[in-house]
Design a protein around this ligand. Structure first.
Ligand SMILES: Nc1nc2c(ncn2[C@@H]2O[C@H](COP(=O)(O)OP(=O)(O)OP(=O)(O)O)[C@@H](O)[C@H]2O)c(=O)[nH]1
Ligand SMILES: [Mg+2]
Length: 405
């Protein structure tokens, strides 16, 4: 029987995960962009809105503007929605049509970079751009995006396409986020005109947000393995995953395939994990079911499930959402998918803009730092208005201080 009320779980405060290499690359990016002709920004198809990094978008908007002002011949921002094997295909074309309308300065393409056909598709896009500029000395392609999204896989794939003969992996890839920690050397991907690609470290948001939206943003990113393993308890992720799979298909959620035969959908995490542990024979000493192990198993099963969409058996008319960013109410079921996506997108944008306006995307520590900087700046301006050189005044005051001591 289909679930009727699916309560939103209460989620933990998201961790901050912004290691030094991300900070370093964020500072490096503005100096790389002026030499860049094409940005390949990789996002995750399951989180096509959450995997947008707003500060990166701002940086890329400025870059496009400057390239236009300087009449630079090539300036293309191509967005790859990767891991498309993990979302139902019926949402792809309405989503593309929405993005093309909302962001005319960007180009969008869905890819599954595990499939060589899709790598070829991206390679062809780059080669076609290059054909228009045969005399250009070099074309530089910068691959950017969040961690663990497939950036390094893309670079290796493009190089394989363009360079004849066996090509060993140019850069390391793997299922843990934060594998690439520095800007790569340039890697040649086509000969004529010479086109070079650069792999970059994944860029996470420095702060995931306050309150329930920050908590949900964190859980989504952790589920797709975009946040370092171990920063979340597996039960928290399992609870959010259970909720999402129920929302996507309340009558036959995909997890039924790993529960004992005849199980029904449930919104109760303990009940769900007990059934799962029973089916898998996960028992700890004393004969109790090992619910923590079951939670870890559930999340891993979902992450590794090959080529199966989250609602494979729910077609567009029966679904209540698409991926983990689109969710529509029961009463809107059956409406045009493009319209539903547009409504979700509008709500998402409004919400994020309000969050930003109200300082919701800045942590308390960042706020304090900003206030201190502003106070320091105001003090300098005041001294300047009084005709006092702040350097001299601070050295005089420190001398006075040292005399007193
Ligand atoms: N299912 C699926 N997995 C993919 C796809 N593309 C890449 N992967 C896998 O995603 C994982 C991460 O790939 P990487 O290329 O290392 O990701 P990255 O963006 O370079 O990650 P960082 O270096 O951590 O920023 C690897 O296990 C890849 O095999 C895809 O289209 N579908
Ligand atoms: Mg990488």
């Amino acid at each position: 029987m289909a679930l009727r009320n699916i309560p939103v779980p209460s989620l933990p405060v998201p961790p901050t995960w912004f290691p030094g290499h991300m900070n370093k690359f964020t500072r490096q990016l503005p100096s790389l962009l002026p030499r860049t002709h094409i940005v390949l920004e990789v996002r995750d198809s399951r989180l096509p809105l959450t995997s947008i990094n707003r500060s990166l978008q701002e940086e890329l908007r400025n870059w496009r503007e400057k390239q236009r002002v300087h009449n630079n011949p090539i300036c293309r921002h191509i967005v790859l929605l990767n891991k498309s094997d993990r979302v139902p295909s019926w949402g792809v074309s309405p989503f593309l049509s929405l993005m093309e309308e909302k962001y005319p300065d960007q180009e969008f393409v869905f890819t599954c970079l595990r499939d060589v056909k899709d790598t070829k598709k991206v390679y062809k896009m780059l080669a076609d751009i290059g054909k228009g500029y045969p005399r250009l000395e070099a074309i530089n392609v910068l691959i950017v995006g969040m961690p663990n999204i497939g950036k390094s896989t893309l670079l290796n794939g493009l190089r394989n396409q363009g360079i004849k003969g066996p090509t060993p992996k140019a850069v390391r890839t793997g299922p843990q986020p934060g594998l690439t920690q520095a800007l790569s050397n340039r890697v040649k991907i086509t000969e004529s005109p010479p086109t070079y690609a650069f792999d970059t470290p994944g860029m996470m948001l420095p702060f995931l947000g306050h309150g329930p939206s920050g908590a949900e943003r964190g859980a989504k990113l952790a589920l797709i393995a975009g946040i370092k393993e171990g920063l979340y308890q597996s039960e928290s992720l399992a609870e959010y995953l259970l909720y999402k799979l129920n929302v996507l298909n309340p009558s036959t959620p995909t997890y039924l395939s790993i529960l004992p035969a005849g199980s029904s959908p449930t919104t109760n995490l303990d009940e769900f994990l007990t059934l799962l542990a029973k089916r898998m024979g996960m028992i700890v000493s004393g004969g109790h079911y090992d619910l923590q192990r079951a939670a870890t198993f559930f999340v891993d099963w979902w992450r590794k499930k090959d080529g199966v969409s989250d609602s494979a058996d729910a077609d567009a008319d029966a679904a209540f959402g698409w991926g983990f960013d689109f969710q529509w109410p029961v009463e809107r079921q059956g409406a045009d998918i493009r319209t539903l996506m547009e409504e979700c997108h509008r709500n998402f944008e409004d919400h994020v803009e309000t969050e930003e306006r109200e300082g919701g995307m800045i942590s308390d520590a960042q706020k304090e730092k900003k206030i201190k900087e502003e106070r320091g700046q105001a003090r300098l301006e005041k001294l300047a208005r009084q005709g006092i050189n702040p350097r001299k005044s601070s050295s005089t005051s420190s001398k006075r201080g040292s005399k007193r001591r």
